[in-house]
Design a protein around this ligand. Sequence first.
Ligand code: NAI
Ligand code: MG
Length: 350
Amino acid sequence: RTYEIATIPGDGIGVDVTVEACKVLDAAASRHGFALRWTEFDYSCERYSETGAMMPGDGVATLSAFDAILLGAVGFPGVPDHVSLWGLLIPLRRAFSQYVNLRPVRLLPGTTSVLAGREADELEMVIVRENSEGEYSTLGGRHNEGQPGEFALQESVFTRVGVERIIRYAFELARTRSRRVCSATKSNGIIHTMPFWDEIFESVSADYPDVAAEQCHIDALAARMVQQPDRLDVVVASNLFGDILSDLAAAVTGGLGMAPSGNINPERTRPSMFEAVHGSAPDIAGQGIANPVAQILASAMMLEHLGETEAARSVDAAVEKVLTEGRVATPDLGGRATTEQLGSAVADAV
Ligand code: NAI
Ligand code: MG
């Protein structure tokens, strides 16, 4: 069969790594007997500079016809980050009800953790980030500008439906893994939304007596992720906390160049969207040296979501093989290979 995939390479290294992911997936598709039809969209900061919008008015409607979306990254100097994020990524996540942001990390063979001495199996976890509400909200504003009493207000929105479904997702996921869930909270400092989150976590956990449930303040959890990562497996967190924890989790495993992510619509009523955890990295954009592994692993998550599990495994295995051999590595992995060379090595391994 043929899957219809929308690609949005976006900005900076998003463009470089997406080309490589498509190349690897084409190799996997031809080996496993299906096809991927790619349709590329130029939604990006460049488009914003030319037209005043990250995507056209019918962008959501157009994308909704696809089986899945592969996104590079958006954001580039000259366009404020809140414009690029709120002009594309956040509207798509919300329009397509991609309320789970799934961010698995593990220490891949052939790479070393910044946490010296840690074994690979101690460094395997998944951040389940709430992806549709929470702290990322437009409610609030600036007041008394220019006056001594100037202030800014930013409101968070936590709905019972929204919190319950993400926590339930985490418990279901834990049943397929270690049967341990840790919830990120901060109910000592944030006195309305976080106690609400904690209460719902406790009530959902009662439905999963076979899963060990634990709550941890976000600050202590950050320290634990560095000092005792083996004590964590499934970590469920609000939009902001999950965003921060996933960069941290990536950093303690193989770095941002290795961490994939899926914006998942679990009911499969709308397309899900796959991307690396990292951004457009303007500091290395245009040099051809970005690590494409994160985007390749994200595209393997896309195959898995489409039901092509064997093809997804073959992509993961190809990444592991190339990293284990270690001959083709980008600068962040201590090598001298280009993005294109590492992508081609993985495609060949597939
Ligand atoms: P970033 O993730 O783009 O970069 C952080 C650091 O990690 C940089 O030093 C970069 O060179 C390095 N890095 C990231 N990915 C790498 C890779 N594949 N290979 C090698 N090194 C890599 O985060 P930053 O700098 O905070 O944001 C840059 C832009 O990206 C901003 O405009 C931001 O808003 C946007 N952004 C977009 C995201 C998205 O589209 N999902 C997510 C995060 C940031
Ligand atoms: Mg982030």
